[in-house]
Design a protein around this ligand. Structure first.
Ligand SMILES: Nc1nc2c(c(=O)[nH]1)N[C@H]1C(S)=C(S)[C@@H](COP(=O)(O)OP(=O)(O)OC[C@H]3O[C@@H](n4cnc5c(=O)[nH]c(N)nc54)[C@H](O)[C@@H]3O)O[C@H]1N2
Ligand SMILES: Nc1nc2c(c(=O)[nH]1)N[C@H]1C(S)=C(S)[C@@H](COP(=O)(O)OP(=O)(O)OC[C@H]3O[C@@H](n4cnc5c(=O)[nH]c(N)nc54)[C@H](O)[C@@H]3O)O[C@H]1N2
Ligand code: SF4
Ligand SMILES: [Mo]
Length: 671
């Protein structure tokens, strides 16, 4: 057979959705590399995936290869291999017993974006919808506050701008995103080639911030005050667009007094940003056409929903939306921006449990509440590493009463607490479709090799479980092939044609989203003031008030995306461990000096919830009052058995019952 290659698409939770070329020798994978012709990554893969996809992801010794049954105490990692039939019979028996007892809602499904390919990400929800299980709201661990906040303003939060329209733009604000880690090719190509003024708003001087013409460094959680200061400066400079405001927004008269109150000087005092820099940023944005990118960390403050509402006022007041080179982008959903029928995948119409989903912020307490003999099925998610309240959550997972099933590629911390572990196939091992949440593209996920051992794609696992439970709903058994073709129908393509073409843009030319300025809000306009928000218990208007700063002995802890991890993935890749050990916290030189700490010292990072020992790095990339310790390490690999999420008691944002992990405060002392 010699050398052949397969074109596929990276399905991880990343802005890039890179094109991948899998090179095979005699049908076996020789190497996983970037696709030189792919518009997003142009040949390279990120460092972390280059190592992981050529390492643990293909290493049968690192992967789960057979179903496992627990033989020792939970958390210890003692398992025996069993057959698929036996594993599915055990799970089916437990779930059917709960359903027959009228307790289907005590079956909890926790899932997120371990893989974002559409069938593996959504199809299992058909099973859970049909049996009437309780869903743990996926976005509540990530960005739900942003969706709710932006939803109040625009009526739709998953329709932003087409990045290709940047060629027509003269200014871009990147607010609370760090694509140098979270979308490295967006950073390296799209941002580097942006034709106008680049403004980055981030307390940390990230590599993305280093690219900026203007870097504003507000203290975390003070972004709304900054936005009001910018609106004041825009008004003074005559950059507000009265005609646009009149025609396409509601609530300006209510909002204007707040704008007048928040001078750039006042905003500067509240945020720590120099007044002149606020004015300079407003001037560049106001000149337009201007784009605004709202990153996912902006909504992870306790006031994150409000921050989103406030930042979204800038395009509304200056008319920077609905025209080439403008817009406000959070995430581009495949339904709202590519017309795909995403609801078909998970079949929400089959849903039997009408109750609101559970928030991840309530998972621990819910597991602790009676009756304790619930069932918890986790797939595409690693709650033991990534959820807050980690110590108590691990205690709850340790309960012998709870029945836990984990579907993953690896023996993660969560899997160690499972009764039954089921091996999932990786994206290299089955066909699917990947749609970027930044670029308006769609790419094939093409099977390159057979799954390792007995691993199966998520969707096949849940088909087999449905059969083992004697369920009869036909939708639970639909095969992948027809679903793939159905999802591509709007584009007049079959899956085989997509595979042959590689990544496509359903709209071949750049699209101006919101061009008709028709907003699905109650008023049909952009809602500067929102009665819907008020009805939900929020202020009618976005509020400028900054989040209170920590007291002098404490630091705010920021734990955003790491360059070397994909959320909690890849910490088991030895070459990534070599690059990321030991676990660090970066402190501003003044904060380090005040604590008698220097580079390389070990420090105790602690609060009411936990204490961790981390190695100190000293750099003014971190502002005074802030500690920076990126996410992604496996708690089980640390001496304490915990990671930074043990320091978060489960802080909630102001909207959506969603995580506010960047509100965590810690003391840092010499260890
Ligand atoms: N401190 C801190 N904590 C955070 C965050 C933060 O910024 N700071 N961010 C939060 C956010 S935004 C998120 S989204 C969460 C994400 O947190 P995690 O749930 O840890 O996310 P991932 O590591 O992307 O994926 C979860 C698991 O999916 C597995 N997986 C990959 N492909 C497949 C597959 O095909 N099938 C199955 N069954 N499993 C697969 C991976 O091996 C991995 O163990 O973490 C949250 N936690
Ligand atoms: N390499 C890598 N890529 C990833 C991930 C990963 O773990 N690793 N995770 C993926 C997932 S699930 C997500 S949700 C995205 C997240 O990716 P992004 O949207 O980029 O968000 P974060 O990485 O959480 O944080 C981005 C920046 O926001 C800053 N920030 C924190 N608090 C505030 C604040 O109050 N105000 C302002 N203005 N800035 C603040 C942080 O300092 C950080 O530099 O990345 C995805 N891509
Ligand atoms: S994680 Fe992101 S940067 Fe890395 S290969 Fe996948 S899409 Fe590309
Ligand atoms: Mo996320």
């Amino acid at each position: 057979m010699g050398e052949t290659s397969v074109l596929t698409t990276c399905p991880r939770d990343c802005y890039d959705s890179c094109g991948i070329r899998v090179v095979l020798q005699d049908g076996e994978i020789d190497r996983v590399t970037g696709d030189a012709d792919h518009p997003a990554n142009r040949g390279s893969l990120c460092g972390k995936c280059t190592l992981a996809y050529n390492g643990v992801w293909r290493d049968p010794a690192a992967r789960l290869t057979r179903p496992l049954k627990r033989t020792g105490p939970k958390g210890e990692g003692d398992f025996e291999e069993i057959s698929w039939d036996e594993a599915l019979d055990i799970v089916a028996g437990r779930l059917n017993a709960l359903i027959e007892a009228g307790r289907a809602t005590d079956i909890l499904t926790g899932h997120y974006t371990g893989t974002c390919s559409i069938i593996a990400n959504q199809f299992p929800m058909r099973f859970f919808n049909h049996i009437g299980a309780t869903e743990i709201d996926p976005d509540s661990i990530c960005n739900l506050s942003g969706h709710v906040g932006l939803g109040y303003v625009l009526g739709e939060s998953a329709k932003g701008f087409d990045p290709r329209t940047a060629k027509d733009s003269r200014c871009l604000i990147v607010w609370g995103a760090n694509p140098s880690a979270s979308g490295p090719h967006v950073d390296k190509h799209w941002l580097a080639e942006f034709p106008g003024t680049l403004i980055v708003i981030d307390p940390i001087r990230t590599p993305t911030a280093e690219r900026a013409d203007i870097h504003l460094r507000p203290f975390p959680g003070t972004d709304a005050a900054l936005a009001f200061g910018m609106m004041h400066a825009l008004k003074e400079a005559g950059c507000l667009e009265p005609t646009f405001i009149e025609a396409h927004t509601v609530g300006f008269d209510d909002l204007e007094p707040l704008i007048d109150d928040w001078t750039p000087a006042r905003a500067g005092a509240a945020t720590g940003v120099a007044e002149a820099d606020i004015r300079a940023a407003a001037k560049a944005y106001g000149a337009g056409p201007s784009m605004l990118w709202l990153g996912q960390a902006l909504c992870r403050a306790p006031t994150g929903g409000n921050a989103f509402r406030t930042a979204a006022l800038l395009p509304a007041l200056t008319g920077n939306i609905g025209k080439p080179g403008t817009g406000v982008n959070f995430l581009n959903g495949k339904g709202p921006t590519r017309g795909m029928d995403m609801g078909y995948l998970g079949r929400a119409d089959l849903r039997k449990n009408e109750a609101a989903p559970l928030s991840h912020m309530d998972l621990r307490s819910h597991l602790e509440s009676a009756p304790r003999d619930k069932a918890l099925l986790l797939w595409n998610i690693n709650v033991a590493a990534s959820n807050p309240d980690q110590r108590k959550l691990l205690d709850a997972l340790r309960s012998e009463k709870l029945f836990t099933v984990v579907v993953d590629l690896f023996m993660t911390d969560s899997a160690r607490y499972a009764d039954i572990v089921l091996p999932a196939a990786s994206f290299l091992e089955f066909d699917d479709i990947v749609g970027s949440y930044f670029h308006l593209s769609l790419g094939p996920q093409t099977k390159a090799v057979s799954p390792v051992g007995e691993a199966l794609p998520n969707q096949e696992i849940f088909r087999r479980l449905a059969a083992a439970m004697n369920l009869e709903e036909p939708a639970l058994f639909e095969a992948d092939g027809p679903i793939l073709n159905r999802m591509l129908e709007p584009f007049g393509l079959s899956f085989d044609e997509l595979k042959a073409r590689g990544t496509i843009f359903p709209e071949t030319e750049p699209v101006v989203l919101w061009e008709n300025l028709d907003f699905p809000t109650p008023s049909g306009k952009i809602e500067l003031a929102s009665a819907a928000a008020e009805a939900d218990g929020h202020p009618r208007l976005p509020q400028p008030d900054p989040l209170a700063r920590p007291t002098a002995d404490r630091l705010r802890l920021l734990t955003p995306a790491s360059e070397w991890h994909m959320n909690s993935s890849y910490d088991n890749e030895p070459r990534i461990r070599d690059r990321t050990d030991p676990a660090t916290i970066t402190l501003h030189p003044d904060d380090a000096a005040a604590r008698g700490l220097k580079e390389g010292d070990t420090a105790q990072v602690a609060n009411e919830n936990a204490a961790l020992i981390l190695t100190v790095q000293v750099s003014d990339m971190t502002p005074p009052g802030v500690g920076w310790a990126p996410k992604g390490r496996w708690p089980g690999a640390a001496p304490e058995g915990l990671n930074v999420n043990a320091l978060n008691p489960g802080l909630r944002s102001d909207m959506g019952n969603s995580t506010a992990l960047h509100g965590v405060e810690v003391t840092v002392t010499a260890a």
